[in-house]
Design a protein around this ligand. Structure first.
Ligand SMILES: Cc1ncc(COP(=O)(O)O)c(C=O)c1O
Length: 392
């Protein structure tokens, strides 16, 4: 009765963590295992939702409102320095109910066979686990591509054998990268776009951490398209308000890019997509128009990384992430460290192995690491990181 494809899914990392540590999380625990920002959401969210309450009684349109699409197109143009007319709001933007469902569902929109074989889907390793679930449920062969230069570097898809690239239907890339916190440079993105075009696959770039950066605003895949020819062929990007505006519960993001893919995705989503309610679309429109709250948010993360730098120094391979709010620490054995932090201090972090898969060499590249999300306030961060050094 149940599809065997589900057997290919690992238990989701948080289920594996509950198996390791126990599922009961007491109120005084410090949960750093999940990337759920605890910063106060911008007050405009509550006021706009209240003002728009009458539209809870309406079915929303799957492509949002013209004002939403315009706000997103303007934001993309400003943020990534795109040419003025590059983004057509009506053909190239689609709201999604958080990027997680969209990252999953996009795998259903691409070809299910190439050259008579099951398609390949390329994934970085380590990676956000939804990509693997999406590939498995689409009947594709997931190809885990390790960083070209160590665990915290990016995969270089262009270096894969043509045999794999020619049957690739979709490649996921994530920058800034969860869990490792590095940022893809524009040359790498240009190469990835060119490879996708040469071999006729879709490049899906998860940029949901693009606004959580330390020293320099990261480039995105649309910057790479602008650099190449101003066209978005074969490329879509995923953006979210969850991290940018600290509203993971709002469930609001968007996809943007190649009009042919956006049209196909809209067609699929007309059947199976979660449509974003109109009050949420109105709040999202205002949030994409505002940068002040995002700058405040970034400043708070920077202050926390200052604390981390001061307390951790050069221990555990600490490196200030270029983007994201994750610490990715080399603790020798990630599971043992997660257990120790939990048992001794009720600090919940995730073993890096749960964010990765064993490669062809049988080695899981995340095994030595833990990932800890710096999503709490300054005082908690200081206290918890001090305990890290004592326990680890
Ligand atoms: C890399 C990455 N992509 C996508 C998401 C999904 O975010 P949302 O569905 O809230 O937009 C997350 C959430 O943690 C993430 O870490």
């Amino acid at each position: 009765m149940i599809t065997p494809r589900l057997q290919q899914l690992n238990d989701y990392p948080f289920q594996r963590l509950a198996d390791l540590l126990g599922g009961v999380v007491p109120p005084d625990a410090v949960v750093m295992s999940i990337g759920e920002p605890q910063h106060v959401p911008p007050p405009m969210v509550a006021s706009i939702l209240a003002e728009q309450a009458a539209s809870w009684g309406k079915y929303p349109s799957a492509n949002g409102t013209p004002a939403f699409r315009r706000a997103v197109a303007d934001w993309l143009t400003r943020r990534f320095g795109l040419p003025d007319e590059m983004i057509d709001p009506d053909r190239m933007i689609l709201p999604v109910a958080g990027t997680r469902e969209a990252l999953y569902m996009i795998a259903q929109a691409v070809r299910t066979e190439r050259g008579g074989k099951a398609p390949a889907m390329l994934l970085p390793n380590p990676f956000y686990q939804v990509y693997a679930g999406a590939a498995a449920m689409a009947g594709a062969e997931p190809v885990f591509v390790p960083g070209a230069d160590g665990v915290d570097s990016f995969p270089d898809f262009s270096a894969l054998p043509a045999e794999i690239l020619d049957r690739t239907a979709l490649a996921y890339l994530c920058t800034p990268a969860n869990p490792v916190g590095t940022v893809a440079d524009i040359d790498l993105l240009v190469r990835a776009v060119a490879t996708a075009r040469r071999h006729g696959f879709l490049l899906a770039v998860d940029e949901c951490y693009s606004e959580i950066w330390d020293r320099a605003a990261p480039a995105g895949a649309l910057s790479a398209c602008a650099r190449l020819d101003g066209e978005t062929d074969n490329v879509i990007v995923f953006h979210s308000l969850s991290k940018r505006s600290s509203v993971p519960g709002l469930r609001s993001g968007f996809v943007a890019g190649d009009p042919a893919i956006i049209a196909a995705f809209a067609r699929l989503r007309a059947y199976g997509g979660a449509v974003t309610p109109l009050p949420i679309i109105a709040a999202a429109t205002a949030l994409w128009q505002d940068e002040a709250h995002v700058e405040e948010n970034r400043a708070l993360y920077r202050a926390k990384f200052d604390i981390a730098e001061r307390i951790l120094g050069d221990r555990f391979g600490f490196r200030r992430p270029e983007g994201t709010f994750f610490l990715w620490l080399d603790v020798g054995d990630g599971e043992a460290a997660a257990l120790a932090l939990w048992r001794e201090a009720k600090i919940r972090v995730i073993p890096g192995a749960y964010m990765a898969r064993a490669g062809a060499d049988g080695i899981n590249p995340g095994k030595r690491f833990i990932r800890a999300a710096l999503v709490h306030g300054l005082a908690t961060t200081e206290r918890v990181l001090t305990r890290f050094t004592e326990i680890l």
